[in-house]
Design a binder for this molecule. Structure first.
Ligand SMILES: Cc1cc2nc3c(=O)[nH]c(=O)nc-3n(C[C@H](O)[C@H](O)[C@H](O)COP(=O)(O)O)c2cc1C
Length: 170
């Protein structure tokens, strides 16, 4: 069985989860940033990791995920919002829509990832009536995000992907 872990990352959060998932993949699995994958052909299973950018996958993932055809897939993502939020769920649904329908998505995982401090600073400058203004709730969430992904997130991703791997057919 050939398996691939591929990911897109800007600040390293999603790479951390990808490396954790690689540890529990069958021996000989490959790992590449998605833009460096030579070909998706020949793999039985592909774990695809993205970071959430305005409610969907980041641009790099959006560009390359459409090249994946007729594969068994596990999706994983990191985002600033809480992973059990409606926003997280909607973002994952939006990513699923990008996956070609002849693939089979076996399972998924999301966790928080620290938000680029420049983005937090930008929010802080917005007027109070702006939808992205720095409210107390947002401040608390950004502070929580700054602690992720942590060891527990990596373990949770590994648990989810162990179950996904068990379901791969080949
Ligand atoms: C331009 C930009 C847009 C973002 N949009 C969202 C968003 O819509 N929802 C969200 O929950 N987090 C959003 N985030 C936070 C990132 O998804 C989060 O920090 C992620 O873990 C970054 O992953 P990386 O370190 O692998 O690049 C955004 C971050 C940036 C820089």
């Amino acid at each position: 069985m050939r398996t691939l872990v591929t990911y897109s990352t800007r600040t390293g959060n999603t790479r951390k989860i990808a490396e954790g998932i690689l540890e529990i993949m069958p021996e000989g699995a490959d790992i590449f940033p998605i833009e460096e994958v030579p070909s998706f052909e020949g793999y039985d299973f592909i774990a695809v990791g993205f970071w959430v950018d305005r409610g969907t996958a980041d641009e790099n993932t959006r560009k390359h995920i459409i090249r994946i055809k007729q594969k068994q897939i596990g999706l994983f993502g990191t985002l600033g919002a809480y992973p059990d939020s409606d926003h997280a769920q909607r973002s994952m649904e939006n990513v699923k829509k990008l996956v070609h329908s002849d693939n089979q998505i076996i399972g998924e995982f999301m966790c928080q990832g620290k938000i680029d401090p420049r983005l937090t600073e930008k929010f802080a400058t917005l007027p109070a009536d702006h939808p992205h203004a720095m409210t107390l709730e947002r401040k608390v969430r950004h502070e929580e995000a700054s602690k992720h992904p942590n060891e527990e997130d990596i373990k949770n991703a590994q648990t989810v992907f162990q179950e996904i791997v068990r379901q791969i057919k080949f």
